[in-house]
Design a protein around this ligand. Structure first.
Ligand SMILES: [Zn+2]
Length: 255
């Protein structure tokens, strides 16, 4: 008991050392002078200047939210005002719990989460809450969801075209899909090689041991080829205190 009080006090002191006015976390509201480093660099990430990957100062000192999570959350909350619309039918693939908890807290009745639970991947949620499903073959009727969140998933999927077309199929007319992936700004065309299974080679080619492709500047047209009307949105200027990645563009697909 005594130890836990001491630990809490130490955590509080550590947190105060980050206090400042530069950032304000949209999740927990903490004001900080800095963000802590997250992610790992490797030569491939550096060579391809992959946006949304690699080591960067992007973690909230209080709630540990990342820049990627804050970008999606900012769009959902500030731009879509989604949390005041609890009747929205939502599909969240491989959910970030910090975002999922917001849907739960706002009592969304039609909020479905899914994950493929691929071997070797870390998924720390219960299978009751997050259903097993394959994004290449979704178990839903056409036009089922008003909102789909698929944040950094398509780089893991074997048949990306099938997955994108499935997401388009289950999205309702006038629905919105958030479709983030790591992207290389120096790669004109997406590279992938389905024959590679060796994790070290995958990392060397695509930047991470469980990525089966690296998206390039043709990502938007890949989404469009399945029918999406794609909007590229930058929110950094509107929300300079949220610690968003200035290079990360939000890809929003509409039907
Ligand atoms: Zn926070």
């Amino acid at each position: 008991m005594k130890k836990s009080i001491l630990q809490n006090r130490q955590a509080y002191v550590n947190l105060l050392s980050h206090w400042g006015l530069k950032y304000k976390c949209p999740f927990c509201g903490f004001h900080s002078k800095d963000l802590f480093p997250i992610g790992l660099d490797n030569p491939t990430i550096k060579r391809y200047q992959i946006i949304g990957a690699g080591q960067r100062n992007a973690g909230c000192p209080k709630c540990a939210s990342t820049d990627r999570e804050r970008l999606v959350y900012t769009y959902l909350k500030q731009e879509l005002n989604i949390f005041s619309k609890p009747k929205t039918k939502v599909l969240h693939i491989a959910p970030e719990m910090i975002i999922a908890n917001q849907f739960i807290a706002h009592d969304f009745k039609n909020y479905i989460c899914g994950d493929f639970y691929a071997e070797g991947q870390h998924a720390d949620y219960s299978r009751d809450f997050v259903e097993h499903m394959d994004v290449q073959n979704l178990p839903f009727a056409d036009n089922s969801f008003d909102l789909i969140i698929c944040n950094h998933v398509l780089e893991h999927v074997f048949d990306e075209k099938k997955a994108i077309c499935e997401l388009y199929r289950v999205l309702a007319k006038d629905g919105i899909a958030i479709l983030q992936v790591p992207i290389s700004p120096v790669l004109e065309t997406t590279i992938s090689d389905p024959s590679i299974t060796d994790k070290d080679i995958l990392e060397k080619k695509f930047g991470q041991k469980d990525h089966v492709r690296l998206f390039g500047m043709d990502y938007k047209s890949r989404l469009e080829s399945c029918g999406f009307n794609v909007q590229e949105i930058k929110l950094q200027c509107q929300y300079p205190k949220y610690g968003l990645n200035p290079k990360e563009i939000l890809f929003v697909g509409r039907k």
